[in-house]
Design a protein around this ligand. Sequence first.
Ligand SMILES: Nc1ncnc2c1ncn2[C@@H]1O[C@H](COP(=O)(O)OP(=O)(O)OP(=O)(O)O)[C@@H](O)[C@H]1O
Ligand SMILES: [Mg+2]
Length: 454
Amino acid sequence: MDQTFNLVKGEAWLQERQLAACAAARLCDQAGGPTGIGYGGARGGGKSHWLLAQMGVDDCQRVEGLKCLLLRKVGKANLEHFEDLRRKLFNRLPHEFSAFRGILTFANGSRIIAGHFQNEKDIDAYLGLEYDVIGIEEATTLTSRKYQDITTCCRSSKPNWRPRIYSTTNPGGVGHAWYRTKFVAPMLERRESDTRFIPARVTDNRWNNPDYVRVLEGLTGWQKRAWLDGDWDIAAGQYFTNFRRDVHVVEDFDDTRAVEWFAALDYGFAHYTVALLGCRDGDGNTFVVDEHAERLWLPQRHAAGIRVMLARHKIGDRKLAVEDLRRFVAGADVFSRQGDGTTVAQQYERQGIRLRAANMDRLNGWAELMQSFGEPDAGLAPENRVKPTIFIHSRCKRLVETLPTLQHDPNRPEDVLKVDADEDGIGGDDAADALRYLVATKARTITQRKLRGF
Ligand SMILES: Nc1ncnc2c1ncn2[C@@H]1O[C@H](COP(=O)(O)OP(=O)(O)OP(=O)(O)O)[C@@H](O)[C@H]1O
Ligand SMILES: [Mg+2]
């Protein structure tokens, strides 16, 4: 009753799932009740809106002089987001806000301190003090260690108040595993004691515009499961769930369809060295047409092997020189100096193969690759399918074998778990790394080339 009264008085018209989170927050008042409330899952479910409403419209109004810390990760237009929410939510509640200090003070002396962090070490600036309530946005961007540090600052000298931590988050991030264990699993297994978890769905929030929901529906693989469905099991198992042999692996490819050629190399000695040759057709699809994969070879021998691969596609003969490849990229390790001051790249250059640095950003690279596999599942309704734009020739044996074996890194589910080949050369992620370089490294723009031509 009392909570509903506060929400109505403050004209914070929360939606059903947000109200469930409010009810959970009130359980923290009871001796023996929870001390941590988690609200997580799909993007855009209304989690941030709830967090500020619970802190500002309910808690701050019912206890005088309450001190709340709201931690948010600094992102694009971060303060603006806070400002938007503040205007929406506290329109009816007299308060002062110092944007400079990031402190919002209500008439009864209760405060919300808006703390920002970019890296988790920035949080230390807020620690060492005492807060009655701590709210953490995007909690899975924190390690469990940092969450614990924060817990130690959540204590109260008010006799009528039990300290508590509210958190909101999406699945994924360095904190995925501990957050799932602490909040999600007890909820799923119906054994919650000091926590409560409220699962968020994008459909919970009627204020999302339809375009936003369409963006989420257009995602593929784990991103779709995590950000549209709020699925916390993404870390378990296969990474490229949208890779399908019958869709992405092709038996024939007519080289004359290629409008531009490019290649990528992942270097190894004990591990495999994998070079992939790809091309784009007139429709913007990428075809990976050939691979060279060997180990325990020196660069000279690899270079010869790669030339043989290129020659199979008439690259390197009189019509098309190796230099005509739009790009030949390789991982950063080939450019680092070895003991004798030379680089592996120089050794390749001596053999007529000039390598450029690949884009090494793993997360964006995997995301791009996953998006290009699309969501081709025939079991999906046609409007939910996303067209694949990458295809692999069946002669790229190592690559085709590698892709379905890749797993999520449990400590960072949006990344692929690194694996080495065993002593017999079975397994390993080298072919996938080469594919990531091939897909994620953009060509020099036409204008740049033209300018140089002029
Ligand atoms: N009850 C409500 N009344 C009015 N607007 C709301 C309500 N709930 C959510 N919204 C609005 O919907 C939009 C998305 O909500 P919000 O930012 O809270 O989602 P989120 O779950 O935190 O998203 P993300 O996962 O991206 O962090 C915001 O503009 C928010 O103000
Ligand atoms: Mg949010």
